[in-house]
Design a protein around this ligand. Structure first.
Ligand SMILES: [Zn+2]
Ligand SMILES: [Zn+2]
Length: 236
């Protein structure tokens, strides 16, 4: 696990310069599109941290971007709604300029959002999202919500040795996370339960020696680890 020194470090790690002083958020966005992240078991709004970076204090109202770059989190472009009025909400939604990088579109598709939802969030054309979705070989999300299997296919890749690596979103920088039935869930727990026919108890961790592994057959929960130690002893 990477050791971050202050809450500003995980913020910067999830940003990418977008030209003209704007800053794109490459991290997680919640259902409402709010850029956020977890650090030391606490959730933070990226815009609030951006405001804190610039001013050294928390905003009294909401932190909001004052520039025209969609989703900008540049500290220099973030103001406090208590002192600076927010921009009109509909500005920018009338003209649908292609916005958001392909990677951002892919990330949101992986989160299970529909073409329309991705288009709205990144202010880009749903047709462009559909084209990127087709490139990924994913079924059109037009009329049906993505299933867990779709998300699994979009967020995993095989690794030498029979392991499977999670390429999707991580919670707290380490734990694979996926949107499942409207909640933030652990893909490890989901595939564990499918394989064993019972919910996992305690932490679910790979027992295969490959830390990032999410392959169901390689995962162990606490009773399995206890069993192993009972048979082979704790020195095993
Ligand atoms: Zn900006
Ligand atoms: Zn493995």
């Amino acid at each position: 696990m990477t050791a971050y020194i202050t809450v500003e470090d995980p913020f910067w790690c999830r940003t990418q310069p977008a030209g003209d002083g704007h800053l794109d958020w490459t991290g997680y966005r919640n259902e409402k599109g709010t850029a956020s992240f977890h650090w030391r078991h606490t959730g933070y709004s990226a815009l609030r941290i951006a405001y804190r970076i610039r001013t050294g204090q928390d905003p009294v109202g909401y932190a909001h971007a004052t520039c025209e770059h969609p989703g900008c989190v540049a500290p220099d472009h973030v103001a406090d709604s208590a002192t600076t009025p927010r921009r009109a909400h509909h500005a920018g939604t009338i003209t649908r300029q292609p916005n958001g990088s392909d990677d951002q579109v892919k990330a949101l598709i992986g989160e299970g959002l529909s073409d329309k939802q991705v288009g709205k969030r990144l202010r880009t054309s749903p047709k462009r999202v559909a084209a990127i979705r087709a490139e990924l070989g994913l079924p059109s999300g037009a009329n049906r919500p993505l299933t867990f299997n779709d998300r699994w296919a979009a967020n995993t890749e095989p690794v030498d040795g029979g392991h499977i690596r999670w390429t999707g979103r991580l919670r707290d920088g380490t734990n694979p996370a996926v949107l499942h039935e409207g909640h933030d869930a652990s893909p490890r727990r989901i595939v564990f339960e499918r394989l064993h026919g019972r919910p996992a108890v305690g932490r679910v961790q790979p027992g295969c020696g490959y830390g990032p592994c999410v392959r169901a057959e390689h995962l162990e929960d606490q009773p399995m680890r206890d069993n192993y130690h009972a048979i082979f002893g704790s020195a095993a």
